[in-house]
Write a protein that binds this ligand. Structure first.
Ligand code: PEP
Length: 252
C-alpha cells in the first residue's frame, strides 16, 4: 500500500522565529495526527536548520523547497544537496511551477536536480502541471506527459519509485480555485499510466502522487479520498497549524 504524504510548502514566508513557532505548534498537535499520514513541512532555507533541530524526535519530516544539482562550487546564492543532507533534510521539492515560471527552471534542470537528490537519498517531490491556457486547449495531458518523460529521463527503475510526483495545475495554485476531485484523480491516474509506460505497472503502482492547488480543510477530504491521489502539497493552508491539521486529518 502506498503511503499518504501531506506536505506543507511554506514558500517565502516565515522568518526563523515564526518558523519555529509554527513548527512547535504543529509538533504539539502531532499526537492527534492520523497515523496513516506522513507529515512534511518545507520552510524557507534560512529556517531549515533551526526547524530540523527543533523537531528532533518528532514524526514531522522536514524538506527544502529547492536545491542546486551540483555538490558545491561557484554557484552564488545556491544551496546544494550535500548541504541539505548535512542538516538531515529528508525531502526536497523540485520543479515547482513558481520556480519554472519565475526562475527559468527547465525540464532539463529538473531532471538534473532529481538525479542529484536521489544520489543523496533525499526524496524529491517532482511538481508537474499545466497552465490554464493548456487546459482550455485540451493540452493538459500532453503537457504533463512531456514533463514526466523529461523529468524521469535516465533515472533507473529502483530510483524512479522513490520519487513523489505532485500534480499541481498552475491555474489552481494560490488562486482559491482548486481542481475538482475528478479532474485531480484523472490526471493522477494519467501520470501513473505515464510512469507505467516508462517503467511498468508494478513500479507505477508504487509511486506516491499528490495533488496540489488550493487544498483547504473544506475541500481536502473529497480530493484526497480519490483512489490515485496519495496526499497533498499544500501552500497557503500550511501556514496555519489548525488548518494544516485539518488537512492532515482529512480522513478522520
Ligand atoms: C503550492 O505552493 O504548491 C500550492 C499548491 O499552493 P496553494 O495550496 O496555496 O495553492
Amino acid at each position: 500500500m502506498r503511503k499518504i504524504l501531506i506536505a506543507g510548502n511554506w514558500k517565502m514566508n516565515n522568518d526563523v522565529d515564526e518558523s519555529l513557532k509554527l513548527a512547535q505548534e504543529l509538533s504539539a498537535l502531532s499526537d492527534s495526527f492520523d497515523k496513516n499520514v506522513e507529515v512534511l513541512i518545507c520552510p524557507p532555507f534560512t529556517s531549515l536548520y533551526a526547524v530540523k533541530r527543533a523537531l528532533h524526535g518528532s514524526v514531522i519530516k522536514v524538506g527544502a523547497q529547492n536545491m542546486h544539482y551540483e555538490d558545491k562550487g561557484a554557484y552564488t546564492g545556491e544551496v546544494s544537496p550535500l548541504m541539505l543532507k548535512g542538516i538531515g533534510i529528508e525531502y526536497v521539492i523540485i520543479g515547482h511551477s513558481e520556480r519554472r515560471q519565475y526562475f527559468n527552471e527547465t525540464d532539463e534542470i529538473v531532471n538534473k536536480k532529481l538525479k542529484s537528490a536521489l544520489r543523496y537519498d533525499i526524496i524529491p517531490i517532482l511538481c508537474v502541471g499545466e497552465t490554464l491556457e493548456q487546459r482550455e486547449s485540451n493540452a493538459e495531458r500532453e503537457t504533463v506527459k512531456n514533463q514526466i518523460f523529461k523529468a524521469f529521463d535516465g533515472i533507473e527503475p529502483s530510483d524512479a519509485e522513490k520519487i513523489t510526483v505532485a500534480y499541481e495545475p498552475i491555474w489552481a495554485i494560490g488562486t482559491g480555485r482548486n481542481a475538482t476531485s475528478q479532474q485531480a484523480n484523472e490526471m493522477a491516474e494519467f501520470i501513473r499510466s505515464c510512469i507505467s509506460e516508462l517503467y511498468g505497472s508494478e513500479q507505477a503502482d508504487k509511486i506516491v502522487i499528490q495533488y496540489g492547488g488550493s487544498v483547504k480543510p473544506d475541500n481536502a477530504g473529497e480530493t484526497l479520498c480519490q483512489p490515485d491521489i496519495d496526499g497533498a502539497l499544500v501552500g497557503g493552508a500550511s501556514l496555519k497549524a489548525d488548518e494544516f491539521l485539518k488537512i492532515i486529518n482529512y480522513a478522520k
